[in-house]
Design a protein around this ligand. Structure first.
Ligand code: CTP
Length: 418
């Protein structure tokens, strides 16, 4: 087994908040991805979820106090062995204890011995998240390199709602995978990948379009495409966690959880997507068109359902607006515009040559070229391609998760922002 193939060792730290029940789902996902998971729970966490649940799901005993497994010096062994620590939920109290370097239970002691990436996923009431003490603690932890995710907004425990909700388990698992990929690169097991979640988009407004568009033919039929929206969602998710204020304009997509800390606008047709993107772009620093936009629409919408008849109907089409072109030609202060192109090569040219021609034709600043066909790019979890820039430079985007590709795209964007 090569080092890259060995199962990763993850410490799942659970602190005492109601969102501890979602740690069970995160644990299941981390294990399904082939990782070894060791749960370290605070005493308060065990008031919410019994140790037996974590032990059954992880296949390992749960650690809580420093006076357990004393001969093995468990807090040092766990911290040293870990490839990643994930904290679900990270309560205000845990963040405070971490910021002060406390070592008053197994979890905080383990955190002091761990030298791997740490992903803290906060969940608390809005007042606690916005309290200056918590704000300072989060800033301190981020400065030291802990990845503290932005919480989602929405329904909290009880009747209140606001910022402070735990991001959904699939999103947490995606960031865990991203940090593991990075840790792997850092340890020399895979090519040098930069840290994927710096706070370099803080104060920036970005717009991301995702998914496909669907053009109605009649009351029951649409003309659409197979885009799942996963790449656009990953771009929005990563940008939000790098500090950007994100508007995600989503057309037709698979059944995806909305990313935490993102304004989501749902649209269906290309013209609706155009209006939403152009409107949000007015105040944006960056627009990323990851959507698979339908170039045509039926010239007319049939009021009644089109009947079968003896011959298949001929459906006249007309052009839709080209949103990307409008963004680059619009008479507004210049912003960075990123396009996507799904290409296949043929005898006339390679995927890369088609990509370069499209970059010139579209006039955007950056173009992500995905090689499609044979099960690649569409409806898959992974993606690969090239990143082409208007200055003529290009860099390969190696096969990896859509979040990893998103991180590369934001690296290139952040480099070019004034
Ligand atoms: N795009 C857009 N509006 C359209 C069509 C495409 O904004 N009506 C954007 C896509 O979101 C993507 C980029 O343009 O970022 C390239 O999309 P693609 O479908 O490859 O471009 P087309 O202009 O349709 O090129 P082709 O001639 O290959 O169909």
């Amino acid at each position: 087994m090569t080092p890259a193939d060995r199962p990763r060792e993850i410490v799942l730290g659970v602190s005492g908040g109601i969102a501890a029940y979602k740690a069970c789902e995160v644990l299941r996902r981390l294990r399904e991805a082939g990782n070894h998971v060791q749960v370290v729970a605070t005493r308060a966490a065990l008031q919410f979820i019994g140790a037996a649940t974590f032990e059954a799901l992880s296949g390992n005993p749960v650690h809580t106090g420093v006076f357990e497994d004393v001969p093995d010096v468990a807090h040092v062994a766990l911290g040293r062995r870990a490839d990643l620590v994930v904290l679900v939920p990270a309560t205000a109290d845990l963040l405070a204890r971490m910021a002060h370097g406390r070592a008053d239970d197994m979890l905080t002691s383990t955190l002091l011995t761990a030298r791997c990436p740490v992903l803290a996923v906060p969940a608390m009431h809005t007042e606690m998240w916005e309290h200056p003490a918590t704000v300072d603690n989060v800033a301190t932890l981020r400065r030291r390199g802990t990845v503290v995710l932005e919480p989602a907004s929405g329904r909290l425990t009880g009747a209140d709602s606001g910022a402070g909700r735990l991001p959904e388990p699939p999103e947490i698992a995606e960031f865990a995978r991203l940090l593991l990929e990075w840790g792997l690169a850092d340890s020399g097991d895979a090519g040098g990948m930069p840290f994927p979640l710096p706070r370099d988009l803080e104060g920036r407004r970005v717009v991301v379009s995702a998914g496909g568009t669907a053009e109605p033919l009649d009351p029951v039929r649409t003309l659409g495409n197979r885009s799942s929206g996963r790449q656009g969602y990953a771009l929005a998710r990563v940008a939000a966690q790098r500090g950007a204020e994100v508007t995600l304009v989503a057309g037709t997509t698979a059944d995806l959880d909305p990313p935490a800390a993102v304004h989501l606008r749902r649209v269906q047709t290309t013209r609706e997507m155009r209006d939403a993107v152009i409107d949000a772009a007015k105040a944006a620093d960056v627009v990323v068109m990851a959507a698979a936009v339908s170039d045509f629409r039926p010239a007319s919408l049939s009021v009644g359902k089109i009947k079968k008849g003896d011959e298949p109907p001929a459906i006249p089409l007309e052009f839709n607006p080209d949103i990307l072109r409008e963004l680059v030609t619009e008479d507004v202060p210049r912003r960075l515009v990123v396009g996507f192109a799904a290409e296949t090569g043929d005898e006339q040219g390679s995927v890369l040559e088609y990509g370069r021609a499209k970059l010139e034709r579209k006039g955007c600043d950056l173009l992500v070229v995905n090689a499609v066909g044979a099960g690649r790019a569409f409806e898959t979890e992974d993606n690969e391609g090239w990143l082409l820039a208007a200055d003529g430079s290009s860099s390969p985007l190696p096969m990896g998760s859509k979040a990893a590709l998103a991180a590369r795209v934001w690296d290139a964007v952040a480099e070019r922002l004034p």
